[in-house]
Design a protein around this ligand. Structure first.
Ligand SMILES: C[S@@+](CC[C@H](N)C(=O)[O-])C[C@H]1O[C@@H](n2cnc3c(N)ncnc32)[C@H](O)[C@@H]1O
Length: 227
């Protein structure tokens, strides 16, 4: 499914978020990399936007983007070349549940709109923690299930359910993938539950920043310095 939408994925992201998705990743990349110096990992990189934001940060010595869709990776590589960042980013095929890296390799690891799609989110988060060095950070940017009872909690799921598949059909000729999206959000966790999972994976000081009326969250935690 992800391979089928690779060519139109960026356009749909821009249409669905009114262009805000770039600013969300930029802020998230800055927060995750912080003042740490070293390589940074983007898990489920898709068309590579999070890796691009990481690679632009001066203290990130190299960005690595991993995804299991070769079509997504091909789009990511083309984008890195267009932006003249190909020397700063490596894209490689792999599974988020079995990251092909040694322990403690990265200063930070992020995933943008990826964890909702993983078969086993706790395992994949555990893998991100494993490959980050002690004192490093793990950040998850994700569309989350709303937990309140206010108008946004009632209206946004309806908007998602009825508007998103139509946008997918109109802009990408892909109603199925963009029907899956709202369904996957409804079946996903709240931001608080995701924060608990990050804590259970060994991250400390987990913070939650919500955007887009609470429907998108950036969660970040630190790996203990001695682990
Ligand atoms: C919604 S896209 C997110 C892309 C990008 N991170 C972004 O910020 O827009 C989800 C991506 O996760 C990838 N993906 C899903 N499950 C994966 C897994 N187990 N291992 C690696 N990549 C995976 C898909 O191929 C797809 O490119």
């Amino acid at each position: 499914m992800f391979s089928r939408i690779a060519g139109r994925y960026d356009l749909l992201n821009t249409a669905m978020t009114a262009g805000r998705h770039h600013a969300w990743r930029r802020a998230a990349a800055r927060a995750a990399a912080g003042s740490l110096t070293g390589p940074a990992l983007d898990v489920a990189t898709g068309t590579g936007d999070f890796a691009v934001e990481l690679a632009r940060l001066p203290r990130v010595t190299r960005a690595v983007g991993l995804d299991f869709s070769r079509e997504m990776l091909a789009a990511a590589r083309r984008k890195a070349e267009r932006k003249q960042l190909q020397e700063r980013i490596d894209y490689l095929a792999g599974d988020a549940h079995h990251l092909p890296f040694a322990d403690h390799r990265f200063t930070c690891a992020v995933a943008g709109f990826g964890v909702r799609n993983f078969i086993d989110a706790p395992k994949a988060i555990g893998e991100m923690v494993r490959v980050v060095r002690p004192g490093g950070r793990v950040g998850l940017l994700e569309i989350v299930r709303l937990d309140g009872k206010g108008p946004a909690s009632r209206l946004l799921p309806l908007c998602f359910r009825y508007v998103t598949p139509r946008l997918g059909a109109a802009l990408a000729r892909e109603r199925e993938a963009y029907t899956y999206l709202p369904e996957s959000v409804q079946g996903f966790m709240t931001a608080n539950r995701l924060a608990e999972l990050m804590g259970a994976a060994g991250l400390r000081n987990v913070t939650v920043k919500k955007m887009a009326l609470g429907s998108v969250a950036f969660l970040m935690g630190e790996k203990a310095p001695s682990s």
